[in-house]
Every structure is written in structure tokens, then in C-alpha cells.
Write a protein that binds this ligand. Structure first.
Ligand code: GTP
Ligand code: MG
Length: 576
């Protein structure tokens, strides 16, 4: 009680001393009070705490918690070993000594009020500033920003007038040659100027028969006259072409009893619609890339790089209006009356009488393609059209110059043979063949030979559908690149003549060529030999054969444009 009295008489006694007094009293309640946390965490924390169980003094806890030792505690086996060793050495249990521990780095305190203890030595600590110094520092003007020091931001006008750094291309041009992995040097790639590109020549529009022996062919391989080519061009481009109809079925095709019709057949994506556009006067890229209704309104077919884009039988009208004789009196009235109680043929006859006079002289049908993305029904409708259409005068079968004849093409040719439709073959996309003219000519020659062989194989099963016959196949094969974006299309003018010839609109006058010197190509040589055979005059190479004065041989025109550098290919095209 003396201790409590003493404590009461000294209320301002520091807690450490208070603890000492209580400890001396040896009272259990005082001991409990002495081991209270409040005392241990006070300023006199170095005071040894009392262990109530043993009565020994323990070293006080450090203010900061030591970090956990990173080394793991020894496993059971390891401790057993260590104990055994300890027993042997002196009978005292020893534990594996933990590695000297560094205090864990403290996280920065997020709370504003929390204090940090600076553990750095005094020499390394930054100078502490008194409040007066701090206030002085605050009033000092802040150093300007680095960016502002170096350069003021440019105004808008300055920005515009600033000279830009030289383009990268100029730098790369001076770069040394790059080295590949293998160590060989590669030249830096430089763009070729556009002028250096050689445009393909338009001389590939026509090829005569492969054989020079006239006995093997019923049609002589003579070039058509420019006059007939001009007449055909006038039909196609004299007035704008017109879109007439899109018929999904044969019966949807409008009645036609006046105007000759020719249809374009071929595999899907072979270039039927593009060729039609080329025939109508669209050149190259425009012919191959006409999309949407705008193209339709302009009288062009819709093309697409996706196979199967044309899904209906599309009719286009070309040429001036046909002069039609006066209709029988009361024809229109008779047609109206006849709708009831008449047979089909009578109704057709009545419709014929009411048919409007056509505003064109030729109808071209752009057909859906066979093969990729095609439908069976399209084939059924096309077969009906080929066998039943009264005004059908011929069919143009388009074959890709790169891939050649395929199974679908053979079937189409067989269909035409069975229907007895006059047929001519056109090679498309010839611009995609070898770029060098001579290589291209060789490839075309080889392709034509293959096509002729196929045609001859197909004609064997028919007596009427034979080479050169009125309802057979034509021996000329027309080579085109209607959608060639570089040259603006070639071979189209001669194809116009081929179609007009099928339709019976233009007479095809053939003239013997005038061989000036040695012929340059197989085509020219064949034409010259055929001409010589036709005129029945033996002409040695270099001699001039007899020709008509008012016409110019086809081969001379084409090869003249090909060899004269001043004449552009398009100008050459216009000559036809
Ligand atoms: N380079 C080149 N491309 C062509 C030529 N003809 C057509 N093409 C391209 O071939 C693609 C198909 O042309 P289309 O005329 O739509 O073919 P299509 O035969 O009508 O095809 P379908 O209507 O699907 O049966 C288009 O992207 C054309 O640009 C050509 O002579 N040369
Ligand atoms: Mg098409």
C-alpha cells in the first residue's frame, strides 16, 4: 500500500519510474500493471520487460518489427541432425543460425499524419531548414520550365513556313547496299519512272488459222479490211448502248422478231461483262470496273472480280434503230382481241403484231457464267434460249487465255453444236500472259492450237456444225484484253467485226496482205502464205503480192502501230 500511496502523492511521476515503484511492491496486480502494453510502448521502451512466467527480464522489443527471415526454418530432418550434432558437441541444443536480417524497407505512408523515422546517418541527411528559410524559399520565383527555356512554342504562321526535314526516300537513296543474311549485297529498290513502262501493243487482236496449207481449211486466213472493221465499230459506238432487259428465265426475255441477237457465253469471271463494256466503247479499267445501277443506266454491264456476279440473261441494244415496214392494219386491235380463246402460237403471233419497232440494230446478251458460283437453273434457261430463240444468230464463247479450255467450255461448245448455233471463240485476259511481246505471241499460238484441237474433236459428232460452215464454228480466234487497265483494252475492234459478221450486219471483205520484207510474226507469215496460195501466184519472201488499191492489209496496220514508237496503242485501236 505504501507504493500506491507514494504514487498518489506524486501524480506527475513519469510512467517508467511509476513502473519501478510498482515492481518493487511485488504485488500481483502491480506486476500485471507493469507488464501493460502502454508502459512498454512509451518513450522508455528500452526498459526491460518482465517475464511473468520466469521472473527474468527480457530485452525489449525493437520499435520496428524485424522483417521475416527469408530463409526457411530448417525442416524436421535437418533439425534432428543439428540436435544430434549439438548433443555430441556438448549436450546443448543449437538451432540453425538465421541469416543476419536487414529491416524491411518501409512503404511510404499514405496517411498525412504518420511520422517517419529517418534512419540515415546525420552526415547523409539533407539540411533541415528552419521555418524562416522555408518562407524565404516560397517567395523565391520558381525556375522556368525547361521546354520554355530551350525554345518558345512556334506560332501557327511559323509552323507553316517551317522547312520540313528531307524525305526519307532521299536518305534511303544514299544508303549503302543492304546486306542479306547470306552476306550478299542487295541493291536498294528505286521506283521506275512511269515513262519507262512499255505498253502492250494492240497487234494481238487477230490470229489466222495455224496451218499455211489452204486445203486444210475451208476459210482462208486472210485479214479483214479496215473498212469492215470501221463499219462494225460504227454499229457498236455510233450511239450509246442501251440496257434492255434482265431475264431470269427464257420466257421472261421480251419478244424479238426484227433484230439479230448474239450471246456471250463462258465460265464465270472469264470477262463476258467486261468484253461487252469494251465493245460498247468503255476502255480498259472502266470496262472491267463498272459497278451498280449507274453502269446500267449508262448502258454498261455490271462487272465484278467475284465469280457469278451476272445472274440473269441481260440484253443490251447496239446500233441505230432498225427500219421496220408498216404493220398490218389493225394489228394492235387483233392482239388485244386475241387474248381470249386463242392457242399459244396465235397469242405469239398477236404479240408479234403489237411488238414495238426496236430502237437498235443488234442485241447482245450477257449470260450468267458456268462453273464457280453458278446455278443449275441458269444452264437450263440458257439451253432453252440456245435451242428456241428464233433471232439468235450466233454465240461468242469466251475462254481465259491463261487457263485455256476447261470441261465447262467443252460442254458449252457441245451444247452449241447440238443446237446448231454458229460459234466464234474469243480469248480474254491476254494482257496477263507473258509481258514480252514475243513470249506472249508464242503463248497465244500455243493456246490457239489447243483450242482448234478441241473444236475439231467436238465437231466430229456433227455433220453441220463444222469449221467454217454457216451454222458451224469460225476458224479465227480473237485475242483480247478488254479489261487491261494499262493499255486501255486491246483486240476489241476486231471482235466487234466478228460479232457483226455473226449477226450478218457487216460484210467481211478479205484482202491479201502486202508482205514488206520478212514477216515478223507467225501470224503475219501465215497470212502471207495464205494470201500467196489464194492468189495462186508464187511469191518469194520479200516480193509484193497483188492487192486491192483502196484497202490496207490488216497486218500492216497492226504491226505498223506496234513498231512505230510515236503512235500510242489507243491510236492504233482507232485505226480498225
Ligand atoms: N486484266 C484483265 N482483267 C480482266 C479482263 N477481262 C475481265 N477482267 C477482270 O475479270 C473480272 C471479272 O470480269 P467480269 O466481266 O465480271 O466476268 P464475267 O465473265 O462477266 O463474270 P460473271 O458475271 O461472274 O460470270 C473483273 O475484275 C475484270 O476486271 C481482261 O481482259 N484483262
Ligand atoms: Mg458478268
Amino acid at each position: 500500500m505504501a507504493a500506491t500511496k507514494m504514487l498518489a502523492s506524486f501524480p506527475n511521476m513519469p510512467p517508467t519510474l511509476r513502473c519501478l515503484v510498482l515492481r518493487q511492491s511485488a504485488q500481483p496486480w502491480a506486476r500485471a500493471l507493469c507488464s501493460h502494453r502502454l508502459l512498454s510502448t512509451s518513450a522508455a521502451c528500452s526498459f526491460p520487460r518482465w517475464n511473468p512466467s520466469t521472473g527474468d527480464a527480457k530485452p525489449a522489443r525493437p520499435a520496428t518489427k524485424p522483417a521475416r527471415p527469408k530463409t526457411r526454418a530448417p525442416s524436421g530432418a535437418a533439425t534432428k541432425k543439428a540436435n544430434a550434432a549439438g548433443l555430441k558437441s556438448g549436450g546443448v541444443k543449437t538451432w540453425a543460425k538465421p541469416a543476419p536480417q536487414k529491416p524491411a524497407p518501409k512503404r511510404p505512408d499514405s496517411k498525412a499524419g504518420s511520422k517517419r523515422v529517418d534512419t540515415r546517418p546525420a552526415s547523409k541527411r539533407p539540411e533541415t531548414k528552419n521555418p524562416q528559410q522555408r518562407a524565404e524559399k516560397r517567395t523565391e520565383p520558381r525556375p522556368a520550365l525547361k521546354r520554355a527555356e530551350t525554345k518558345p512554342p512556334p506560332t501557327k504562321i511559323e509552323k507553316r513556313t517551317e522547312t520540313r526535314p528531307a524525305l526519307k526516300t532521299a536518305q534511303t537513296a544514299q544508303k549503302p547496299a543492304a546486306k542479306t543474311r547470306t552476306g550478299t549485297e542487295t541493291k536498294p529498290t528505286t521506283r521506275q519512272p512511269i515513262e519507262s513502262f512499255q505498253r502492250p501493243e494492240p497487234a494481238l487482236s487477230y490470229l489466222p488459222c495455224p496451218s499455211n496449207d489452204p486445203n486444210q481449211h475451208t476459210i482462208q486466213a486472210l485479214p479483214p479490211s479496215p473498212a469492215s472493221i470501221n463499219a462494225a465499230t460504227a454499229i457498236f459506238t455510233g450511239q450509246p448502248s442501251r440496257f434492255l432487259f434482265a431475264a431470269p428465265r427464257f420466257l421472261n426475255i421480251p419478244m424479238n422478231t426484227y433484230v439479230p441477237e448474239v450471246c456471250l457465253l463462258g465460265r464465270s469471271n472469264v470477262g463476258k461483262s467486261t468484253l461487252l463494256n469494251g465493245l460498247a466503247g468503255a476502255e480498259g479499267a472502266i470496262a472491267g470496273r463498272s459497278h451498280g445501277l449507274a453502269a446500267r443506266r449508262a448502258g454498261l454491264a455490271i462487272t465484278s472480280s467475284r465469280a457469278g456476279s451476272t445472274k440473269t440473261m441481260n440484253g443490251f441494244g447496239f446500233g441505230p434503230p432498225v427500219r421496220v415496214g408498216p404493220q398490218p392494219d389493225g394489228g394492235a386491235k387483233a392482239g388485244k382481241k386475241s387474248k381470249f380463246g386463242m392457242s399459244r402460237s396465235q397469242r405469239r403471233e398477236a404479240a408479234k403484231q403489237t411488238e414495238k419497232p426496236p430502237g437498235h440494230s443488234l442485241v447482245l446478251l450477257d449470260m450468267p457464267g458456268y462453273g464457280l458460283n453458278s446455278e443449275v437453273e441458269w444452264g437450263v434457261q440458257i439451253a432453252k434460249y440456245l435451242s428456241r430463240r428464233a433471232m439468235l444468230r450466233g454465240a461468242v464463247v469466251l475462254i481465259d487465255a491463261l487457263t485455256g479450255i476447261k470441261d465447262g467450255d467443252r460442254q458449252a461448245l457441245s451444247l452449241l453444236r447440238d443446237a446448231g448455233v454458229r460459234t466464234t471463240v474469243v480469248l480474254t485476259k491476254a494482257d496477263k500472259l507473258a509481258p514480252a511481246i514475243e513470249d506472249r505471241q508464242k503463248a497465244i499460238d500455243a493456246m490457239c492450237m489447243a483450242v482448234w484441237d478441241e473444236l475439231r474433236a467436238i465437231e466430229k459428232e456433227s455433220l453441220s456444225w463444222v469449221e467454217g460452215a454457216e451454222n458451224g464454228w469460225e476458224s479465227e480466234i480473237w485475242v483480247t484484253g478488254a479489261g487491261d487497265p494499262k493499255s486501255g483494252g486491246f483486240g476489241v475492234a476486231a471482235t466487234r467485226l466478228a460479232i457483226c459478221r455473226l449477226a450478218g450486219l457487216v460484210e467481211d471483205k478479205r484482202v491479201a496482205p502486202k508482205p514488206a520484207g520478212t514477216p515478223k510474226t507467225a501470224a503475219a507469215a501465215a497470212a502471207a502464205a495464205a494470201a500467196a496460195a489464194a492468189s495462186d501466184v508464187a511469191t518469194a519472201p520479200g516480193e509484193t503480192s497483188q492487192t486491192l488499191d483502196d484497202t490496207v492489209p490488216f497486218d500492216q496496220i497492226t504491226w505498223k502501230t506496234a513498231t512505230t514508237p510515236q503512235v500510242t496503242p489507243n491510236e492504233g485501236e482507232k485505226l480498225f
